[in-house]
Design a protein around this ligand. Structure first.
Ligand SMILES: *[C@@H]1O[C@H](CO)[C@@H](O)[C@H](O)[C@H]1NC(C)=O
Ligand SMILES: *[C@@H]1O[C@H](CO)[C@@H](O)[C@H](O)[C@H]1NC(C)=O
Ligand SMILES: *[C@@H]1O[C@H](CO)[C@@H](O)[C@H](O)[C@H]1NC(C)=O
Ligand SMILES: *[C@@H]1O[C@H](CO)[C@@H](O)[C@H](O)[C@H]1NC(C)=O
Length: 303
């Protein structure tokens, strides 16, 4: 007896949604990088590096790691134009996108610089991500990274312009998690910025944020919520009886940790609501559940 019709419909949604959202963490918005096809997607992708302090809180530990950054100077009004620091968040930072910040930079004669977040992309302090090695991954360390980088970049610009002690007006920008960093940076280092743009900034950290999932249930409505809960329940049952089979069904045979698997499953549904696509999730999920019930619960296409 197979009850996997419901799961299989859900699988299609999972594939659909992840290919569009790149498994975005549920509470974080992904960058608005849809640029029209006939203009360049990036202002620059040329990597630059500087030596960052690993632990900003230790007076004894002077370890460094290589942190990646980018600069775009085409619009810069030499020598006293503003500097826009675009903060990168919890993903690889592969360049400076050609978005509205480019428009603002052009208008205001700004230089645009962007720093990759520690532990993401190529800015890796360690080769492996053991728990021990992850101890310097925090938003607090990241804020100091930004402060140190800001000082470093201002000094190297001054050097290039044959001057000392000059400060350009700095502005920080960020979206979602990096939006929170942008707001926090302005609060923590008011002397290092003239302003901050914090878009969809998630400034309130909530431990074990189950209210988020409760809201998903509310947004889903009774029927879809029940179908989603049943999906979770069916998958949990199968994880207990035949782990490999149910993971294989989702193309996730290689995913060893059950918690990760369940997280992706739940997140695939949650992001449908967060990004405004309940219509792509609920009707097929509910229809599948209904179809399975009416067929007497016996037939399943996939198995
Ligand atoms: C797009 O990028 C290429 C290569 O960097 C450059 O030659 C070209 O001028 C750019 N086009 C526009 C519209 O900025
Ligand atoms: C970073 O440190 C390395 C090794 O100490 C050094 O070779 C390199 O020049 C430094 N880079 C910068 C930008 O200071
Ligand atoms: C800075 O000074 C050096 C040496 O005096 C000179 O060669 C260079 O052109 C100057 N650069 C600028 C941007 O003024
Ligand atoms: C998280 O919150 C839920 C609901 O309030 C509770 O049942 C659960 O025990 C909490 N878990 C942790 C790890 O705090």
């Amino acid at each position: 007896m197979m009850k996997l019709a419901l799961i299989s419909t859900f699988l299609f949604f999972l594939l659909f949604s992840t290919s569009h959202a790149h498994l975005a963490p549920r509470t974080l918005l992904h960058s608005f990088s849809k640029i029209s096809t006939n203009s360049n997607r990036s202002l620059t992708t040329k990597e630059l590096w500087f030596n960052q302090t690993l632990d900003h809180y230790s007076p004894f530990d002077h370890h460094k790691f290589q942190q990646r950054y980018y600069e775009f100077l085409d619009y810069f009004r030499v020598p006293d134009g503003p500097i826009f620091l675009k903060i990168c968040g919890e993903s690889s930072c592969d360049g400076i996108a050609n978005d509205y910040i480019g428009v603002l930079a052009k208008k205001f004669g700004a230089a645009v610089v962007s720093l990759e977040h520690r532990y993401y992309g190529k800015s890796l302090p360690f080769k492996s991500t053991t728990t021990e090695n992850l101890r310097y991954l925090s938003s607090k360390q990241a804020l100091f990274d930004l402060a140190v980088f800001r000082q470093y970049y201002q000094e190297s610009l001054n050097l290039k312009l044959n001057r000392t002690g000059v400060e350009n007006p700095w502005f920080v920008f960020g979206v979602s998690y990096s939006g929170a960093l942008s707001a926090w940076f302005r609060l923590k280092f008011p002397h290092l910025t003239c302003g901050s743009l914090a878009s969809s900034a998630v400034v309130l950290a909530v431990y074990n944020y189950s209210e988020f999932d409760q809201q998903i249930g509310e947004s889903a409505g009774a029927e879809c919520k029940a179908a989603l809960q049943e999906t979770t329940q069916l998958v949990e049952e199968r994880l207990a009886s035949n782990k490999k089979a149910v993971k294989t069904l989702f193309g996730a045979a290689g995913l060893e940790i059950d918690g990760d698997f369940l997280y992706f499953l739940a997140d695939a549904a949650a992001i449908a609501f967060q990004y405004g696509n309940p219509d792509k999730l609920c009707p097929p999920t509910c229809a599948s559940k209904e179809g399975w019930r009416r067929s007497g619960g016996g037939i399943c296409k996939i198995c």
